[in-house]
Design a protein around this ligand. Structure first.
Ligand SMILES: [Zn+2]
Length: 237
């Protein structure tokens, strides 16, 4: 079982850790990690594992093996040397990339505040993000949506997390904005992300601490995806 340090501190860039297992494909499992693993529309982190001898191993991506949300495998770039079980290392994420993903991920929460429709999908990118909604019509002009989005950014709203039990979530189905992107469940508790007094929803991703850190946003295309679905894209301004 890996300790997910990014859950309590998304700003932690690096940590000492121990290699606890190696997969047949050469993936590395650590006792703790700062690497977010691909899930919920947010891509896994890239970065490096530094060995005691000063050499380092490039990590292409972190993933949950076989969809097991309790484990994280660090996938090395091709041709990298194997580590040893029990070996101490220092794990560091590619921080420039991660910070962009945190800013964009938090921006997508704000999109769901401006457009309060059921969510059918989401994808976080370094420069662009998108949310798919069950939304038969686009409500209002794109310029107005963009303006409201930037007003939420500039409102400097604090972003915080809190935990509830899975039973509490089941008793409050209104917290679930997403129809398809399920929060990580199966561990008895669920993390909620609160943005000021505008948003509260279960989410396992990484976020910035204040909406001001997102920076200016630009609304991209609003595309029709079937009879009742719309895909809304957002870019950094
Ligand atoms: Zn989130």
């Amino acid at each position: 079982m890996t300790e997910f340090l990014f859950r309590d501190d998304s700003y932690l860039r690096s940590t000492p850790a121990t290699v606890v297992a190696l997969t047949e494909e050469g993936g590395i499992v650590l006792d703790r990690t700062v690497f977010y693993a691909t899930s919920g529309g947010q891509p896994g982190d890239s970065g490096r594992l530094e060995r005691a001898d000063g050499t380092s191993l490039e990590i292409e991506v972190a993933v949950h093996p076989d969809g097991d949300k309790t484990a994280i495998v660090h996938v090395p770039a091709n041709g990298e040397a194997r580590l040893e079980t029990g070996e101490p290392i220092v794990a560091s994420v590619d921080w420039d990339r991660r910070l962009k993903l945190m800013r964009m991920h938090t921006a997508l929460h704000l999109v769901t505040v401006i457009l309060p429709f059921p969510i059918t999908g989401a994808a976080v990118g370094e420069d662009k993000g998108r949310v798919d909604f069950n939304m038969p019509e686009t409500p209002g002009a794109p310029e107005v949506i963009e303006e409201r989005l930037n007003a939420l950014v500039e409102a400097a709203l604090p972003v915080s997390s809190e935990w509830i039990t899975e039973a509490e979530l089941e008793a409050n189905p209104g917290l679930m904005k997403s129809m398809n992107v399920k929060p990580p469940i199966g561990q008895g508790r669920v993390r909620l992300i609160r943005i000021g007094d505008v948003d509260l929803q279960p989410c396992g991703g990484t976020h910035v601490a204040n909406t001001l850190e997102i920076g200016p946003l630009r609304l991209g295309k609003i595309e029709k995806k079937g009879a009742i679905n719309r895909r809304v894209s957002v870019l950094f301004g």
